[in-house]
Design a protein. Structure first.
Length: 304
């Protein structure tokens, strides 16, 4: 199934995408995480609605899709360097913050305030960063709680998959010691969606992730090229730490990021960035200038 969060008649709703329509679930469910929290009752609800003909339907083309998950109990969990080509392309370009190839997944987190919808504008302010980069990623949302989950059982804990663009500010990453939270947590900069797709509708290892900047393909790779597979990521992340329903994990970006190119390519106001994935649809967003700097007395970033 394909689950969507959408704005309908001024209210946030959840629906199931069926062909060119969205079957609306009852009011009170504002995002897909709310549906996941229903557990088995959610599955029964969907079966009941599908058997009847009273549930309202909306034309998909007329639906205003929102980020599928917007209510977070904690930060979004992220994976760095999860495609070896991406790790290698960054050698010598980390401005003195070089590391050896990791022997286990590299995790970090980013703030929920980054999340926007699949067609929303990405907030841009050159004073916050002079190095805005794109990162196409496969995201997943946890459907069943677990701690120290064996890799062999990991996929049983995944509710579904969607796309994310982990827009990053490279100079902020360097400014703050090379750790990634600050350089990836600027408000209204990470598109997610467009829908959450359950595994039965996908061949996950064969998903091709791509990022296009102003129509030019910048990234293109298969999910099976990951350094650490999704079951490995879940096993490692849940090691001694409980993953909860509604938790979002983004799984890393492939090679082709702007920071590693020669010459480097960074995004600017007016640019259009598109992320797509086999069977997952696409994110289509434009960078639009906004005042993110405000009355800050932190020195503005510069291109030097």
């Amino acid at each position: 199934m394909r689950f969507a969060s959408l704005n309908f008649a001024g209210k946030e709703r959840v629906g199931i995408v069926e062909n060119d329509e969205v079957l609306l679930l009852p009011e009170g469910l504002a995002d897909v995480a709310d549906f996941i929290a229903l557990g088995g009752d959610g599955r029964d609800l969907v079966a009941k609605l599908r058997r009847g003909d009273t549930a309202p339907r909306v034309a998909l083309a007329q639906a205003v899709l929102l980020a599928p998950v917007r209510r977070f109990r904690r930060d979004i969990m992220c994976t760095g360097w999860n495609y070896w080509d991406h790790f290698e392309e960054g050698r010598g370009k980390r401005e003195g913050q070089e590391v050896d190839r990791p022997k286990a997944p590299t995790f970090f987190s980013k703030g929920p305030g980054t999340v926007i919808g699949p067609t929303d504008d990405i907030a841009f302010d050159a004073r916050i960063s002079a190095k805005w980069d794109y990162e196409a990623e496969l995201a997943l949302v946890i459907g069943r709680a677990g701690r120290s989950i064996p890799a062999s059982q990991a996929l049983d804990h995944v509710f579904g998959y969607f796309l994310a663009n982990d827009v990053s500010q490279r100079d902020l990453q360097r400014r703050h010691g090379g750790q990634w939270l600050k350089g990836k947590s600027i408000d209204d900069t990470m598109p997610m969606g467009p829908t959450v797709v359950t595994e039965d509708e996908l061949e996950v290892p064969e998903i091709r992730l791509e990022c296009l900047l102003n129509g030019q393909v910048m990234q293109s790779a298969l999910v099976k090229q990951m350094a650490f597979s999704i079951p490995e990521l879940i096993a490692e992340l849940s090691f001694g730490m409980t993953l909860m329903p509604g938790d979002v994990i983004i799984t890393g970006t492939p090679a082709g990021v702007g920071n590693a190119r020669e010459p480097q390519i960074f995004m600017k106001a007016g640019d259009h960035v598109l992320v797509r994935g086999t069977g997952l649809g696409e994110l289509s967003n434009r960078l639009v200038s906004r005042d993110l700097y405000g009355a800050s007395d932190v020195p503005a970033m510069s291109a030097s």
